[in-house]
Ligand binder design. Structure first.
Ligand code: SAM
Ligand code: SF4
Length: 334
């Protein structure tokens, strides 16, 4: 089991399988996309799998595939299948914008994918196209239906809240009422703080602290006769990560809040990230990276293990609210 120098158990690996995407969310990626890199700068699927095998031997048991958009990476279903069959791996999850999920849901489920987090920041079709620069919200709705149909469990809907976007947050929370959907509001984070010419950029004002958001939602919910959100407290579902969970009385799903800034959860941090280029990243908010690609390519498993342990040892105690990173979220693997 990987224990870092601050006594935290690190058993969760988030792997970015590509830095490319079929959308261009204003806060995540410039309109022109990410800079072109030679194909062999990216880890091959075989290299990613071999890294997972070694990491599993070092106590990593949970894998999340992310990006960029993981479903645009060719061979993604086979990668899921191979990871799911790796001894020691207990759970494989994916974070996706769901645009391609209707095409992939059945084969991903059959390959052994357990759960999905779907990113969606608004229920308003026009605003969705504005935020993603060209996405069609119907595609995401179809992706959510496909996720429920094939039985991913849980299906979480992640929504980044940005004050200046004026999203309809109660409409979002109400998605949890009639279906087993778990809506999570994510504080807008100063990662890759500038996203090119017409991007949003990050300002402190644009991050709505979760406490304020809960208050706001409760006021709106009470005005609609829904009653306040009820904290789940110790009923927080096992393995559901750093969110604080609530529910509306009688709802099928839950409403969670992820406060990386206003109430950071560094003390519970259990993860290590790997970029699509094979850089291990101990902390989302720090540009410190440890190369593992060279070791993977030289076939030196001991060197891969050594890089893994160096990266674990470099995990900071907390992120100290650092603003801005050199890499964009889409390049780190959010
Ligand atoms: N393309 C996939 C998707 O959108 O789900 C996976 C990668 S995306 C980078 C992962 C998550 O990071 C998305 O939910 C996105 O909203 C979130 N994200 C990107 N930039 C962010 C920021 N500055 N603050 C908070 N969340 C951010
Ligand atoms: Fe693509 Fe996801 Fe970033 Fe949006 S948040 S641009 S969908 S990687």
């Amino acid at each position: 089991m990987g224990i870092d120098q601050h006594g935290r158990t690190i058993d969760y690996l988030r792997i970015s399988v590509t830095d490319r995407c079929n959308l261009r969310c204003l806060y995540c990626m410039p309109e022109e996309g990410v800079a072109w890199k030679p194909h062999d700068a990216m880890l091959s699927l075989e290299e990613i799998l071999h890294f997972v095998e070694i990491a599993a031997g070092e106590g990593f048991s949970r894998i999340r595939l992310t990006g960029g958009e993981p479903l645009v990476r060719l061979g993604i279903v086979d990668l899921v299948r191979n990871i799911a069959q790796t001894p020691g791996i207990e759970r494989v999850a994916m974070t996706t914008n769901a645009i391609l999920l209707p095409d992939f849901a059945d084969s991903l489920r059959e390959a052994g994918l357990d759960r999905v987090n779907i990113s969606l920041d608004t229920l308003d079709p026009k605003q969705f196209t504005h935020i993603t620069r060209w996405g069609r919200i119907e595609d995401v709705f179809a992706g959510i239906e496909a996720a429920l149909r094939v039985g991913f469990d849980p299906v979480k809907i992640n929504s980044v809240v940005v004050r200046s976007l004026h999203q309809d947050l109660l409409a979002f929370a109400k998605l949890s009422l009639d279906r087993p959907l778990h809506v999570r509001f994510i504080e807008y984070m100063p990662v890759g703080a500038s996203c090119g010419g017409d991007g949003l950029g990050w300002t402190a004002d644009d991050t709505i602290p979760n406490e304020e958001l809960i208050e706001l939602l409760n006021q709106q919910a009470e005005a609609e006769g829904l009653g306040k959100l009820l904290p789940l407290n110790d009923r927080r579902p096992e393995g559901w990560g750093p969110a604080r969970y609530y529910e509306f009385a009688g709802a099928q799903g839950t409403v969670g809040f992820i406060s990386a800034l206003s109430r950071h959860f560094c003390g519970e941090c259990n993860r290590l990230r790997m970029t699509a280029e094979g850089q291990l990243r101990p902390c989302l908010f720090s540009d410190d990276e440890y190369d593992v690609r060279a070791a993977l390519r030289s076939g030196d498993d001991a060197a891969v293990r050594a890089a893994l342990h160096v990266a674990l040892g470099a995990k900071p105690d907390e992120h100290h609210n650092r603003v801005g990173t050199d890499r964009l979220m889409s390049q780190i693997g959010g």
